[in-house]
Every structure is written in C-alpha cells, then in structure tokens.
Design a binder for this molecule. Structure first.
Ligand code: AMP
Length: 550
C-alpha cells in the first residue's frame, strides 16, 4: 500500500485486549480524532475536543477510560466513569459502544435516561457498574436521590456538549460536575465551540489539551471533476438506497467505502445476494487476495468494490467512475482521499454519499474543507428507477434496430405474428428485455427524511425534482461506431455538466451520432460542458439538434 505511514491502535499505547477488541470489530486504524486524543487521555490529561458524530469520537474517549479499568485492581464497587450525553438514543448508542470495546475487560456499562424505571436502574447499579452513560436530567435525579455514588469516579466525559447546552442542560451539568470529585479527569467533546462551551471548559477543566482535527490542504485537483451528491437515508434503508443509486447511475465501476472490515464483508455478501458482482477489499486480506481483487476490477470481471479507507489508499483504476460512501467518512480528509479515486487524469467522476440524518454536520465540514457544495438530493424513487430502466432498454433496442444483428430473430417474430399483432409481440419482447436488465424494481419506498440542518441561515435542502419541463435535443457528433453507449452519454452529461443523471431524457444512438434530450434550462450548460471535454477520449461536435429527427 502506498502512503502507509499509518499508526495502529497499539502504538497509541492501548492495552492489547482493547487492541484485539478493535481488530475483531474490523477497525483498521485510528481515525484522526482518535490518534490525537487517545495518548493525552491515557496520560490522564483533561481534554477539549472539537468533533462531530461520525468521527470516531466515542472510541476516542471510551478506550482510555476502559484502559483505566484494565489497570485498576480489585473491587470496583462504584462507577469509575460517567459519560453525559444529550439524548436517550445517544445514551444507548454510547453504552453499547463502550460495552463492545470493553467486553474483554469485563467492563460493566449502564445507560441511564429518563423514561426508564428507577427500580431497574437501581438493581443494576447495586450489582456494580464501571461506566454510567447518562442524560443530564436523569443523572441529576439519581444524585439527588442518593442512588448514584461518585466516590470512586475518575473520569467525566461531556459528549456533544453543545447539544446538551442547546437542550437547556447547562444548570444540570453544573450541578453534576459539582457533585463529582475534584481530582477527576474531565473530557469535553463538542461539534461546535461557542463561547458558552469555552466558559464551561474554563471552569471545570484543568489545563486541557485542545484537539481539533487538523485540516490537511486539499490534494491538488482532487475534486473539480467530480459531481458530488449526498442522500439522507435512515440507517435501516441504506442497503435499499445503495441498490437504487447503483441502478440509477449504472456506473462502469464503483467503489463503495465502508468504515470497517466487517462492514465491507457484510456489504459484499449482501450485494452479491442481490445480484451485483461485488468484491471485498480490506486490510485483513493477504496481499495475494488483494492483488486478485484488483486485477478483477481492472479487467472488468468485477465492477463493484466494497473497501475500507486503508485498503483503497492510493488505488488507481481508470475504469472507476463512481465513489460511494456507504457512511459519511470519519474525517473530511478521508472524504477527499476517497473521492480522489475518481476524476483522475481529467476524467469525470461521481461521488455519492449516503448520510444518516444526524450526519449533516459532517457533510458541512466536508463542504468547508473542499470549498465545494455537496448537493443534497432525494433518493431516486421506484418510479425514477423504472423510467430510467425503460429508457436504457429503449436506447439499446434502438441500437439493435439500427444495427443488423437482429435478423436471426425474424422467424420468431413472424411465427408469432400469425397469431398476434406485431406491436403486442414487440411489447412482450420489451418486457422481457426490461426484466433482464435487473428484474423488477423492489417496491420499497425509501423515506424522504430531511437532513437535520438546524441553523436558520443554513443551506436549504435541494428542491425536489419536479415534473420535467421543456426538453432540448442535443446532437453529439459520435455514435456507436465510436463505441459510445447510453452509459457514456449519461456519464459525460452528468459528470461534465453536473446535472443529475435522472434529468436526462431520451437517448438515441446511431452509428455516427447521438441525440440526447435534456431539460431546456440546462441545455446550454450541457453543451458548453461537453464541448469543453471529451467523450471516450475524443473531442466531438456538440450542438443543439436542428434536424428534428435522426
Ligand atoms: P462516532 O463518531 O463515535 O459516532 O463513530 C462513528 C462510527 O465509526 C461508529 O460506527 C464506529 O463504530 C466507527 N468507528 C469508530 N472508530 C473507528 C475506526 N478506527 N475505524 C473504523 N470505524 C470506526
């Protein structure tokens, strides 16, 4: 692997049992926030970290506090760590993560949030808990009732501190911190750093290390050629959304980035079960296995690669047209590295990100780093997909009609024509052809969730694509003889002009030219962009079609 200067978890000073746990989870290397926060936290320093969801911050604070448990001998009668989080969902999520990381150490973790019965929480607390993950309100209730003892508390973590303040927990936080031992270690994470956070940090943290993920300069030329879109999808519907996007975009070859090896393996299996030809690429594979996958991708016997960041570093395959982020990457810099796999050497490329509603902040920091907008769009609907498939079938049929290789089928049509109207025969053939392009579209609709963009001055969601307005016909002076297929046209138009593949209308390909319909309002933009670029490596004539026919 190139540029493999990566530091592993063991080098950060973590206990081998924790390192093993991470490897079992398929984490290949620390994320930037983990690399910067784990060593000072292991040194018992206080810390203020600016990081949003999705950066790996949970492991960044959880691993060091688990390490303290590993080092602690004897009985652990009262909690040694308290993690405060703004919501019940986050309490469950963080508790679950701490539990996974600390299983080998026998760490006992309890989430505490409102709405749960006190009785049950008490029973678990009595049995002995190492880490409490709580919402401020419920934590304070326990303190006031005397049911939560902080005598043995060594670490307090304020996670998503800005959200906790926004939710009005400022006084609760003060009260809770006041009830904890003076000599504790205090860690504060926040996605934003408004003045109120600085005030809390000043009052309650001792000489804290400040961590902000450093911004690498944008690798030159990494993104201008790349069309960037994000879809906001609930986690449960990601796989469906991925299938939809793949079908809609019909990439020549695509790489789907996942966070962990396990996700890569899981996704590869699921994609293959759904009829895609996917291969896995991650750091857990031998060099031999990886070489084999790469040559499959290069030769075209595989067109879909599920990969981790580490394994795909530096990867350069000219067939790649699409990068898909199955999750928003943990650092904006990884996003830049990922999308750098396409759009190389002046080719166009597409980067699509599936973001969960909570991950909008990540998208924003990526936009800040790349200085380019990521279009947030609606996931293609079942109807979009049907229309797209029919359009592709129509274009291929037209090509076949213009070619002369269908002659052998005349006898089939003629024999059926004795019995049926030829139009009916043709319709049945189209139906079969359509089904052969990937079967029926699953009827699942994907919920149209709005990203959680909070500030009033913030960017609005992209408007829904409405009904198509006037269409303009564009003449492109190269056709089938130049090896052009519908995918090249969609790729060139979408990639160069930055318009969505699904706003492209009818495509007619003849031997020597093509006619493509695009919405009138983007026609000039498409023409300019195509003129400035190449299709299949060649400059071609591009103009409005005046002939009115082909
Ligand atoms: P968080 O920012 O803590 O919400 O983490 C976001 C996601 O990244 C979670 O699904 C973690 O399991 C995952 N994650 C955290 N650290 C790593 C890592 N070093 N490598 C891969 N995935 C990670």
């Amino acid at each position: 692997m190139s540029e493999s200067t990566s530091i592993g978890f063991a080098e950060l000073g973590l206990d081998p049992r924790l390192v093993d746990a991470l490897s079992t989870l398929g984490y290949e290397e620390p994320t930037p926030i983990q690399r910067e926060t784990i060593p000072p936290l292991l040194d018992a320093r206080d810390l203020v970290g600016q990081a949003a969801t999705g950066t790996g911050k949970t492991a960044a604070f959880a691993l060091p506090l688990l390490q303290r448990l590993a080092e602690r001998k004897g009985e652990r009668p009262t909690p040694s760590a308290l993690v405060l989080v703004p919501t019940r969902e986050l309490a469950m999520q963080v508790a679950e993560a701490v539990h996974r990381y600390g299983r080998a150490l026998g760490a006992k973790v309890l989430p505490i949030y409102g709405g749960q019965s006190f009785g049950q929480q008490l029973r678990v607390l009595k049995r002995g808990v190492d880490v409490v993950v709580a919402t401020p309100g419920r934590a304070l209730d326990h303190i006031n009732r005397g049911t939560l003892s902080f005598d043995g508390l060594e670490v307090v973590v304020l996670d998503e501190a800005d959200e906790m303040l926004d939710m009005g927990f400022a006084d609760d936080l003060e009260a809770i911190l006041g009830a904890t031992p003076e000599e504790r270690q205090t860690v504060l994470f926040s996605a934003t750093m408004p003045g109120r956070i600085a005030t809390i940090a000043k009052r309650h943290l001792k000489d804290p290390v400040q961590v902000r993920i450093s911004r690498e300069p944008l690798p030159e030329g990494a993104s201008p050629q790349v069309r960037q879109t994000a879809y906001v999808v609930p986690r449960a519907q990601k796989l469906t959304a991925l299938g939809r996007v793949l079908d809609m975009e019909s990439p020549e070859a695509a790489i789907v980035f996942c966070r962990t090896r396990n996700q890569v393996d899981e996704l590869t299996e699921k994609l293959n079960a759904h009829g895609y030809r996917a291969e896995a690429l991650h750091g857990g594979m031998t060099q031999d296995q990886r070489d084999r996958v790469m040559s499959k991708l290069r030769s075209g016997s595989a067109d879909l690669l599920a990969a981790t960041d580490v394994a795909a570093r530096g990867l350069d395959v000219s067939r790649l047209t699409h990068v898909i982020n199955y999750d928003v990457p943990s650092a904006p810099e990884s996003y830049v590295h990922r999308i750098g796999r396409v759009g190389r050497a002046g080719r166009e490329g597409v980067a699509i990100t599936l973001a969960e509603p909570r991950e909008h902040r990540q998208l924003r920091s990526i936009e800040q780093l790349t200085k380019r907008k990521i279009q947030v769009d609606r996931v293609p609907t079942v109807a979009d997909l049907r229309a797209r498939r029919l359009e592709l079938v129509r274009a291929s049929l037209r090509e076949t009609l213009l070619g002369d290789d269908a002659e052998g089928y005349r006898v089939v049509v003629e024999s059926l024509a004795d019995e049926f109207d030829p139009i009916q025969v043709a319709m049945a053939a189209v139906k079969l052809a359509q089904e052969a392009t990937g079967g029926e579209v699953e009827e699942v609709e994907i919920s149209d969730v709005a990203p959680e963009r909070e500030q009033p001055g913030g960017r609005k969601r992209a408007a829904r694509k409405g009904a198509r307005g006037d269409a303009a016909r564009i003449y492109i002076g190269a056709g089938r003889k130049a090896g052009i297929g519908p995918g090249d046209l969609v790729g060139a138009i979408a990639g160069e002009a930055g318009i969505s593949g699904r706003s492209i209308g009818a495509i007619d390909i003849t031997d020597r030219f093509c006619i493509v319909e695009v919405p009138e309002e983007v026609a000039d933009q498409v023409i300019d962009a195509l003129r400035a670029s190449t299709i299949k490596g060649k400059k071609v004539t591009v103009r409005r079609d005046r002939g009115g026919g082909s």
